[in-house]
Design a protein around this ligand. Structure first.
Ligand SMILES: *Cc1c(COP(=O)(O)O)cnc(C)c1O
Length: 357
């Protein structure tokens, strides 16, 4: 995929994040694709209408597609991308998903099941044998790794082999790891889904989603869904997301380094019952003994911000069970921290003070 003609290899993700999706290098060409505000185009070309395509979408799709090693389609949100992929399940088909998945994905699966459109089988991320056993009658396997917010890691390559042996499609929601740390298509996944709202945009100012695949039928189907269901993003959102994507590698490296140091420095903190961290990435789950102590911790931070969502330059945190739909197996005192790119000492002092008071 997108092999460099001179070096004969795919550039590193750090390079692709900066270089892919640029206008051709011609005299006076701008270095960036501008946001194109257009509901319609002069007839006779490829675009025709604003719901069918947009040059700003194409630039973003080229960049994120290069990073994931496939072709990308941008959507109005991560959940719009999720809906487009779930729409590909044949009526009555079985979807295997992890117990700890993004809440909105669970809700979509539950609604489709209620309407008799599919059967949903939920399995624990740590029970690899149960996942493999559940796959046999499945049409689609939907995983996240690391999972949200339990931060379990699953064997993507192993699940891809089992899914393909059963004739099922493997979908990986790669929002938490980002293509800087993990490229699921190279591990055998068929489809990658992103909430580009999170690390890819990276500045907590955009809601956006994406689907990436190498399968032309999948790409045609999700493009058709986007067009006819109207799951189309605004050009300004896509422009901002592409601008954010340029610094994805730097942001992820710094946030990951901060997360690793926070885990090391808080390892023996008396206020914590547990710390969940898979060893990579910028999301850490700090487990306090109960809801009350977790709520006091969240109310006590001054630099970090109490807010849902994740993946921004600023550190945010929330007690996940404050959401009624969150899985009951997630501890009441679990606080998910999306570690930002602040100086580690300021960040540690803030979290440590709020935990200690
Ligand atoms: C936020 C999120 C989504 C949903 O994306 P939106 O952009 O909010 O629609 C899906 N999966 C994961 C892992 C997320 O964190």
């Amino acid at each position: 995929m997108s092999t460099d003609p001179v070096t004969k290899r795919r550039p590193h993700p750090e390079t692709l994040a900066v270089s892919a999706g640029r206008p051709p290098a011609e005299p006076d060409a701008p270095l960036n694709v501008a946001p194109t505000f257009a509901s319609t185009y002069t007839a006779g070309g490829d675009l025709e209408y604003g719901r069918f395509g947009n040059p700003t979408w194409s630039a973003f799709e080229e960049a994120l597609g290069a990073l994931e090693g496939g072709s990308c389609r941008v959507f109005a949100s991560g959940l719009a991308a999720t809906a487009a992929v779930l729409d590909q399940v044949p009526t009555g088909g079985t979807v295997v998903a992890l117990e700890h998945s993004y809440l909105g994905t669970h809700t979509q699966l539950a609604r489709l099941e209620e309407r008799g459109l599919l059967r949903r089988v939920l399995v624990g991320a740590h029970d690899h044998e149960a996942i493999l056993a559940a796959i046999r009658p499945a049409s689609m396997v939907w995983i996240e790794s690391p999972t949200n917010p339990a931060l379990e890691v699953v064997d993507i390559a192993g699940i891809a082999r089992a899914a393909h042996a059963a004739g099922a499609t493997l979908v990986v929601d790669n929002t938490f790891a980002t293509p800087i740390l993990q490229q699921p298509l190279d591990l055998g996944a068929d489809i990658v889904v992103h909430s580009a709202t999170k690390f890819i945009s990276g500045h907590s100012d955009v809601v956006l989603g994406a689907v990436i695949s190498r399968d032309v039928d999948v790409l045609a189907a999700v493009t058709g869904y986007r067009t006819i269901q109207g799951a189309t993003p605004g050009p300004m959102e896509v422009f901002l997301a592409l601008r954010g994507l340029r610094t994805l590698a730097l942001r992820v490296e710094r946030a990951q380094s901060n997360a690793q140091q926070i885990v090391a420095r808080l390892a023996d903190h008396a206020a914590l019952a547990d710390i969940r961290y898979p060893g990579f990435g910028a999301i850490v789950s700090l487990v306090l003994p109960d809801a009350a102590s977790a709520d006091r911790f969240v109310a006590g931070v001054r630099l970090a911000r109490h807010a849902t969502s994740l993946g921004g330059v600023e550190t945010t945190l929330e007690r996940r069970r404050r959401w009624p739909g969150e899985a009951p197996t997630i501890p009441e005192g679990l606080v998910r921290v999306s570690v930002g790119i602040e100086h580690i000492d300021d960040l540690f002092d803030d979290l440590n003070a709020a935990l200690t008071s």
